[in-house]
Write a protein that binds this ligand. Sequence first.
Ligand SMILES: *[C@@H]1O[C@H](CO)[C@@H](O)[C@H](O)[C@H]1NC(C)=O
Ligand SMILES: *[C@@H]1O[C@H](CO)[C@@H](O)[C@H](O)[C@H]1NC(C)=O
Ligand SMILES: *[C@@H]1O[C@H](CO)[C@@H](O)[C@H](O)[C@H]1NC(C)=O
Ligand SMILES: *[C@@H]1O[C@H](CO)[C@@H](O)[C@H](O)[C@H]1NC(C)=O
Ligand SMILES: *[C@@H]1O[C@H](CO)[C@@H](O)[C@H](O)[C@H]1NC(C)=O
Ligand SMILES: *[C@@H]1O[C@H](CO)[C@@H](O)[C@H](O)[C@H]1NC(C)=O
Ligand SMILES: *[C@@H]1O[C@H](CO)[C@@H](O)[C@H](O)[C@H]1NC(C)=O
Ligand SMILES: *[C@@H]1O[C@H](CO)[C@@H](O)[C@H](O)[C@H]1NC(C)=O
Ligand SMILES: *[C@@H]1O[C@H](CO)[C@@H](O)[C@H](O)[C@H]1NC(C)=O
Ligand SMILES: *[C@@H]1O[C@H](CO)[C@@H](O)[C@H](O)[C@H]1NC(C)=O
Ligand SMILES: *[C@@H]1O[C@H](CO)[C@@H](O)[C@H](O)[C@H]1NC(C)=O
Ligand SMILES: *[C@@H]1O[C@H](CO)[C@@H](O)[C@H](O)[C@H]1NC(C)=O
Length: 357
Amino acid sequence: MLRLALPFALAAVTRGAFGAPYTPSGGLGFNSTPVYQPMSDFDFQSLALALHQEYIELDLFHHGLAMFSDAEFEAAGLGAHDRFLIEFMADQEVGHATLISNILGPDAAPKQCNYTYPFESVRDFVDFSQKLTRFGESGVYGFLEHLDSRAAASLVLESITTEARQQMIFRQFEGLFPMPEWFIPGITQSMAWTLLAPYITSCPENNTHLAWQNFPALNITNNPNASVLTNETGPAITHNRSTPLSSPGMTVNLTWENPGLAVGPNGSYTTSTSAETPKYVAWISQLNTTFTDLTVAGNNTGTTIQPGGQIFGNNTFSTFNGTIFIMITDDNPYVTPFNLSMLNDHVVAGPAMYQSG
Ligand SMILES: *[C@@H]1O[C@H](CO)[C@@H](O)[C@H](O)[C@H]1NC(C)=O
Ligand SMILES: *[C@@H]1O[C@H](CO)[C@@H](O)[C@H](O)[C@H]1NC(C)=O
Ligand SMILES: *[C@@H]1O[C@H](CO)[C@@H](O)[C@H](O)[C@H]1NC(C)=O
Ligand SMILES: *[C@@H]1O[C@H](CO)[C@@H](O)[C@H](O)[C@H]1NC(C)=O
Ligand SMILES: *[C@@H]1O[C@H](CO)[C@@H](O)[C@H](O)[C@H]1NC(C)=O
Ligand SMILES: *[C@@H]1O[C@H](CO)[C@@H](O)[C@H](O)[C@H]1NC(C)=O
Ligand SMILES: *[C@@H]1O[C@H](CO)[C@@H](O)[C@H](O)[C@H]1NC(C)=O
Ligand SMILES: *[C@@H]1O[C@H](CO)[C@@H](O)[C@H](O)[C@H]1NC(C)=O
Ligand SMILES: *[C@@H]1O[C@H](CO)[C@@H](O)[C@H](O)[C@H]1NC(C)=O
Ligand SMILES: *[C@@H]1O[C@H](CO)[C@@H](O)[C@H](O)[C@H]1NC(C)=O
Ligand SMILES: *[C@@H]1O[C@H](CO)[C@@H](O)[C@H](O)[C@H]1NC(C)=O
Ligand SMILES: *[C@@H]1O[C@H](CO)[C@@H](O)[C@H](O)[C@H]1NC(C)=O
């Protein structure tokens, strides 16, 4: 290894890729003026999806602050300083939405929409925010390295790292361990759009239509629930929770919808699948996509068992912690982070977000 690398290293130090000193050969995108624009339909549609995500976060954080009184926040352990942090996170979203709108161009960029949210308490608002920022984050990781425009990717990267911090802060507000994982997974655009679209009720006329697929909805009917633990673990930088929310071996109960239902803004998208008989549950967590058997119990209902295992083998760290994406599939193809899109054709329903810890 070292013997092979050395001649390259010596050449690079003396000469460099473009004849510049201290510039090793290789790398992409250095010798041209950056163009911060989509360079393909793939780029445009990926960035338009990310913009919808920024808009809903902006709306969500303001909505939570407006929906609950100071006293309700205080009762959940969140004081004035914490509320200012939520307000500041909303401001960050203004910046992110502006950035992506500028990349797409003001005429082509989708406009902000109206939304609906499934929470009625501060704790549930925090829990929903923790999950929504996670699928926003993972949705971008899934496409960033596939963009044709590396220049645009570099700007979006600098937004999404802020979003990752937001996700962790909401976990801390919830009293959960802030980052119970070694890696954060990516998901495909269609997976992210499936998770996001049900919360968008209506968009302005002529808003850009997204090309991504909406898979049928999947519901985990016994999802571990972190927001009922208020008295056990209040907001904190970190908590060693005495009992994990779930453990390997837990039976997970699932129900799912048939395709062909209207979803998303003005009901203008329709759920679909190209998969056949439901057979497996795919667990996307950290670096891994793991399949467990689905036991079909009845019409569009079934169970599976939470898997175990460690990220790099025994005595490293458990693979299935935190918020995990699960889907019902008709097959169990071997996929890794960079070719996860090969799973899209096999999705019967989902993803749903499993709250393992
Ligand atoms: C959003 O909701 C408001 C209040 O109901 C309504 O006036 C407005 O037309 C809606 N906008 C869109 C884009 O659906
Ligand atoms: C969606 O509904 C809203 C509110 O009714 C309306 O203002 C808007 O024009 C509709 N959008 C489309 C694309 O039909
Ligand atoms: C939507 O598009 C139609 C057809 O191009 C146009 O006539 C209409 O004015 C547009 N509406 C808005 C609100 O931009
Ligand atoms: C999912 O299942 C739970 C438990 O049965 C239920 O309370 C909830 O309404 C369901 N959610 C959806 C979106 O159907
Ligand atoms: C989950 O499914 C199992 C097996 O069908 C059933 O015994 C159990 O009551 C279900 N739990 C919930 C919370 O629905
Ligand atoms: C958690 O439990 C609370 C209280 O019962 C409920 O309001 C909330 O919807 C649950 N959250 C999830 C994600 O199931
Ligand atoms: C948490 O504590 C408060 C006040 O001590 C109490 O009113 C509430 O019922 C408790 N909640 C739970 C989920 O135990
Ligand atoms: C926290 O959890 C880890 C892993 O289970 C354990 O090794 C450590 O002793 C715990 N620390 C405290 C302070 O509870
Ligand atoms: C991760 O999951 C394992 C298995 O359920 C559990 O023992 C461990 O406490 C969890 N660790 C963290 C930091 O959440
Ligand atoms: C099966 O369940 C789905 C989803 O709940 C429902 O739409 C469908 O009508 C059910 N089919 C039968 C035969 O009951
Ligand atoms: C997770 O993926 C890593 C890297 O491919 C692999 O070494 C590990 O065995 C996998 N762990 C599980 C539990 O599948
Ligand atoms: C890892 O741990 C499991 C459970 O303790 C054990 O069955 C297995 O043999 C171990 N694997 C290796 C490679 O040591």
